[in-house]
Design a protein. Sequence first.
Length: 155
Amino acid sequence: MNYWLIKTEPGCFSLDLLKKRPDMTEHWDGVRNFQARNFLRDSIKVGDMALFYHSNIAEPAVVGIVDIVRAGYPDFTALDPNGEHFDPKASPANPIWYMVDVRFRAELPKPVSLADIKENPLLADMPLVRRSRLSVQPVSAVEWQVIMSMGRLTA
DNA sequence: GCCAACGTTGGC
DNA sequence: GCCAACGTTGGC
């Protein structure tokens, strides 16, 4: 079982949206970065959990956690010429891009902001802090526990 | 809205 | 295969 952090802009895919449909899964699609793609395709497994991070807003923060309910499979949004995530190089035989399905698990009673994360020396090695724009990144067990505790979420 | 970081593209 | 130009991300 591994831990991850996935970023979304709440304008297009917010935790609230997931929360409203606790019994449904959602495709987490549109990732167009090779390093992130590799994690989605090769590393993320069913049963893994991910921190749900809202970016590109006034106070970017980890706002909740989601379960990975389906491991990497081809991101069909790359094949839709009218879609926002269309990639002319992708084809059914060579999908290039991958996505996973996630399901709402919990909301953090206290969102953990990027500022909070930067202040905590235990979290200094997170790619998030190292100014990476990576939209899917691994999280260590220790980092996970620290963020759970900062977010006042008890298992 | 600005701009720094950084990944990708394409000419050579 | 180098590297300049360009596009995107995302914090501020």
